[in-house]
Ligand binder design. Sequence first.
Ligand code: HEM
Length: 526
Amino acid sequence: MPSKQVAALEPESQHYTTSNGAPVSEPYSAQRVGVFGPLLLQDFHHIDLLAHFDRERIPERVVHAKGAGAHGYFEVTEDLSDLTDNPFLKSKGKKARATARFSTVGGESGSADTARDPRGFSIKLRTEEGNWDWVFNNTPVFFVRDPAKFPHFIHTQKRDPQTHLKDADMFWDYLGQNPESIHQIMILFSDRGTPDGYHNQHGYSGHTFKWFKKDGSFVYTQVHCRAEGGFKTLNNAQAGKLAGENPDYGIQSLFEAIESGHFPTWNVFVQTMTPAQAEQFRYNVLDLTKVWPHKEFPLRPIGKLVLDENPQNYFAEIEQAAFSPSHLVPYIEPSADPVLQSRLFSYPDTHRHRLGVNYQQLPVNAPIVPVANFQRDGASTFVSQGARPNYQSSIVPLKYLGPEGTLEGGVRDFEREAKHETFVGAAIRDLSEITELDFEQPRALWSKVWNDAQREAYVQNVAAHFGNVKSHVVRDRQLSVWAAVDQGLSDRIAKAVGAASVKPLKVKSASEALKFRANVGVYASV
Ligand code: HEM
């Protein structure tokens, strides 16, 4: 497994050497002329040491820079053959070695683990059909459903171009202009926005994926990882105190839990929806700002995720880990969710920038099965693919996956692919417009799911941040978004920040929105 593969020899068994492996007698001194003379160009040890030191840092992740990680396994605990023909998921009892990385989103790599922020929840599953990455968050929904908004949104969480400070006006200015983010804002400013460490939290695919069978039929899926000990949270005051006293609280508690044998464990479930059910579903199945109600789409157990091994070397095994929602395996496919489609491009693109073109060859990222393709050479090529031709040769051909999932030399299965090429309907329009449908789930959280203490915590958590907004335009616009959720909620926040009551944002009614969708017809079967 990665840490064992990557780990160096035991330190005591080794001589100190230069990078070309030659022993060095005096590691602490540079060669010089005489006692006080200038340094010598011939001193390869010294020059090599400095030159490598100068290049130690690589770009930190543009988002999710601060994190922690560990290794473990995922075990398939149920028979899932009615859902998919993916060979791993069809093998009840089978385990895949896994690497996990958890992260905050907006802060730099030295920022506090207890910041109010969503948490990244990434898992790399090493299956015999390739690596399958789950690049999840600890919230079931997200801020955007149009990926063009993502860089703007992230910039408002980062530092102001002039002051180099984080800025409450930028943050709420964006959110008030893009009210589809309100569902995520309800969760983020509840105590769920400050989880107690990286491992005491759930993880959610958020996006809709598709699990296929050989006959081309599929179900839409959403994966949920539920922490065995429950989702533990900090309150705003505890999180703030820890941010000052121990900004690495999350890294430390994960490492210590594993060292002491208390292996973090998640029970993993899937929600499924048939294409026919998707047509009848109240919300667009491609809308990342909505959840699928558990009553309608119950959680079905699929497996167990356990982290039982700390990395030996954080940089090699966690910092260099490259997760991507496009690292998929046979019979698991993305839906047409535009945010997901955009992410399929963005992650490998950033990996090539952050880690280099051959990032998949780094030990932590390399699949456990041989890679056979026509990608050759480039900086830091470690896997040579031997003498095999670097084009599709008729003399030494590579094989493709055949119609029944068998390996057929040179035969491409166009039939299976053709079955899900239908892209029709109104998904784009439906995902761009804000309608009353966008406030229903946030309203249910506020009025039905939360108790009085949770409602009060939400108002206070929001006030602690929103109270810093200086612009009255920004303040009142965001209050109108909360008023669209619930007038009482908005008035309580207004009171907490010393503002007057604001009327709800005007939007298209739910019945009009649903009528529009019914008129344009099918959008979900893509
Ligand atoms: C990290 C882009 C939405 C989860 C990243 C990174 C980029 C990125 C560029 C840095 C990757 C690296 O350097 O290795 C985007 C874009 C999005 C988006 C363009 C929307 C258009 C999401 C959503 C989720 C998510 C919706 C979860 C459902 C994560 C996680 C990481 C990450 C967990 C950290 C991966 C790691 O631990 O290495 N994202 N992201 N992102 N993103 Fe996103």
